[in-house]
Design a protein around this ligand. Structure first.
Ligand SMILES: [Cu+2]
Length: 138
């Protein structure tokens, strides 16, 4: 009886190792690169469109210490806006746009931001969100 228990314990560590390896082999979630984000055009305007309860960009990338503006176009039956915070906890607010309806467009200037990663979302539908990368020139 004692011998069988001992053999069982010896097997356990091998099982733990196998489970750990399986976890590590899981596909990582897709990471966002600033190059894939909505960016300011030559006039410093970042274009965003809302449709089907989603923004057409999963992230925004702008230059640090540089004023820019966001132009939100609503092509959805739902009302939307865009707001910028430092984190999803919304401690510091940098922009809170007007809520607009289908067919409306809303522009707002954003003061220059220090380099770092911020957070944008629609305050009506917080599931519509993404990172705002503010990058110093390379
Ligand atoms: Cu919304």
């Amino acid at each position: 009886m004692i011998g069988r228990v001992g053999r069982g314990l010896a097997i356990a560590p091998a099982f733990v190792v196998a489970a750990t390896l399986a976890a590590c082999s899981a596909a990582p979630s897709a990471s966002l690169s600033p190059a894939d984000c909505a960016q300011a055009d030559a006039n410093g305007v970042v274009q965003l469109t809302a449709a089907n309860l989603a923004f057409d960009a999963s992230c925004i990338s702008v230059a640090a210490d540089t004023a820019f503006s966001i132009r939100l176009a609503n092509n959805d039956s739902e009302p939307h806006n865009v707001a910028i915070y430092d984190t999803p906890d919304k401690v510091n607010e940098y922009l809170r746009g007007d809520i607009i309806n289908r067919g409306e467009t809303w522009d707002s200037a954003v003061d220059p931001l220090l380099a770092g990663e911020y957070y944008f979302l629609c305050t009506v539908h917080p599931v519509m969100n993404g990172p705002l990368f503010v990058e110093s020139p390379g």
